[in-house]
Design a binder for this molecule. Structure first.
Ligand code: HEM
Length: 475
């Protein structure tokens, strides 16, 4: 029963340095030995049932998913993530997911490869220019990858209105900094309502972002053709266009079919909803992808043999082409295995949280309605019972037979979540990471800088606490 688990766990407290990954993991492993794969951890005043057993994980995300829902984010996080796919629930979520899913279809994303390659090529040219006469340069990659991910997400979302979109997302990046600072002060009751200087800046940014997005959407709606867009190499659809077209197409069908108006409003996205989805995409897509790029570069710098294997593959597959094509990308199997192993060891999203909507039975546990559940992705990825005695080693070979066979249980690998609420941007993130790492391997060899300190740190996502300085040498 939950109550007995709670009383057992309440005597344990986390040390102050709990944000360092190895410590967090050693606690999980320790508690798992004492309490089994499900136990309660207190986060401030909130008790969360931690579920690290892959059988129960399957229940939560797949077989019994209708009994669980996303929990409410704290108000400041909510403001940043927008009222979009990440936080929506029920029918509203299903409707948005249906409209947005085609955007992230791999065939649609592949059309964006030249645009992404262009963005990455520019970044690598800058690195080359910064290098000394002997071709060496030290780069703090995490900052560069954040800018790169921001650029790619802006192009994916706004494509043909790139400049307008960039201005808006730059405001949102500023907003994130302010809100993160405010987030650290949540212990002051009502702080976010006080008219402090920083809060006023944040409110102004909020208004500006909303106003600019609405202006951009109106402009695009005026210019958007009523006919459904046909994807082509010259004119790949961007997210905004697809969301706007979903609306226009339904409206046109309405005129043809004379269906009633309530059906229309339930089957289209309003301008307000599109604004919120644009915010969500930025929030969910920027730091996650840049963290994947950062950790993969760090791991390849730590493991020169794998770096060499990946480079051999890239050079063999791409030949003289300096930007891989979509066919090349599909052939980069070793790089795919490396990315999966990087996501296993350093999953950017370390946990998922759910709430029981009703009283529900989960394995032997009777879960009362309202219970919060925490699925510790990072701990599941480091469980020796699931991954074997070499669980802490970087060994991409474990993914040679595909993700479903990498561990002793198919639910043991979940960097993008599982089930119907799994990450919608997974294909985009992997495509971007393959392209970026391949283009780096084509141009540079690299090593950890003597200034690098290994300190994976959980601050909403999994970051290298002291950045990731890497020494590059031009090939
Ligand atoms: C959901 C991880 C990249 C947009 C999720 C979830 C995870 C995740 C774990 C599920 C959360 C849950 O079940 O509570 C990641 C990682 C990424 C990445 C590790 C990169 C390496 C992206 C990108 C985008 C994106 C590039 C958008 C462009 C979303 C959205 C959801 C989501 C909208 C909510 C989906 C829904 O509930 O329908 N992501 N993500 N993510 N992600 Fe990602």
């Amino acid at each position: 029963e939950l109550s007995s688990l709670m009383s057992k766990a309440s005597s344990q407290t986390m040390p102050l340095s709990h944000n360092i990954l190895p410590r967090v993991l050693s606690f999980y492993h320790h508690w798992k030995k004492i309490y089994g794969a499900s136990f309660v951890v207190w986060f401030g005043h909130t008790a969360r049932l931690t579920v690290a057993d892959p059988v129960l994980i399957r229940d939560i995300f797949i077989t019994k998913s209708e009994y669980f829902e996303k929990n409410e984010s704290p108000p400041l996080v909510k403001k940043l993530e927008g009222d979009g796919l990440l936080s929506l629930k029920g029918e509203k979520w299903a409707h948005h997911r249906k409209i947005l899913t085609p955007t992230f279809h791999i065939e649609n994303l592949k059309l964006m490869i030249p645009m992404m390659g262009n963005s990455m090529g520019k970044m690598l040219q800058e690195w080359s220019k910064m290098s000394s006469n002997d071709g060496k340069v030290e780069i703090e990659v995490s900052e560069w990858f954040q800018n790169l991910a921001e650029d790619v997400i802006t192009r994916t979302a706004f494509g043909s209105s790139y400049e307008d979109g960039r201005a808006i997302y730059q405001l949102q990046a500023q907003q994130m900094v302010h809100a993160t600072e405010a987030y650290q002060k949540v212990f002051i009751p009502g702080y976010r309502f006080l008219p402090t200087k920083k809060n006023r800046i944040s409110w102004r940014l909020d208004k500006e972002i909303r106003k600019s997005l609405m202006k951009l959407i109106e402009k695009r709606r005026r210019n958007s053709s009523i006919d459904e867009g046909v994807l082509s190499e010259e004119c790949p659809n961007d997210l905004l266009e697809l969301m706007i077209k979903a609306r226009l197409k339904e409206t046109r069908d309405h005129h043809h079919l004379h269906t009633n108006t309530s059906l229309i409003s339930s089957s289209t996205l309003t301008v307000h909803e599109i604004v919120e989805e644009c915010k969500t995409i930025f929030f969910a897509g920027k730091h996650t992808t840049s963290n994947l790029l950062t950790w993969t570069t760090v791991l390849l710098a730590m493991h020169p043999r794998w770096q060499e294997l990946a480079r051999e593959e890239v050079l063999r597959v791409c030949g003289a082409r300096d930007t891989p094509t979509k066919d090349d990308i599909a052939k980069l199997k070793t790089l795919g295995m490396i990315l999966n192993e990087s996501l296993r060891l350093y999953p950017p999203a370390v946990a998922a949280i759910r709430r029981a909507k009703v009283d529900v039975q989960l394995g032997e546990l009777s879960i009362p309605r309202g219970t919060e559940l925490l699925i510790p992705i990072v701990a599941v990825h480091h469980d020796p019972e699931l991954w074997g005695h070499d669980v802490n080693d970087f060994n991409p070979v474990r993914f040679a037979r595909g993700v479903g066979h990498a561990a002793r249980h198919s639910m043991a690998f979940l960097p993008f979540g599982l089930g119907s609420r799994r990450c919608i941007g997974q294909n985009l993130a992997i495509l971007q990471a393959k392209l970026a790492i391949a283009m780096i391997l084509q141009r540079f060899t690299f090593d950890l800088s003597p200034n690098y300190q290994h300190a994976p740190n959980v601050q909403m996502l999994l970051y290298p606490q002291h950045g990731a300085p890497i020494l590059f040498q031009k090939l």
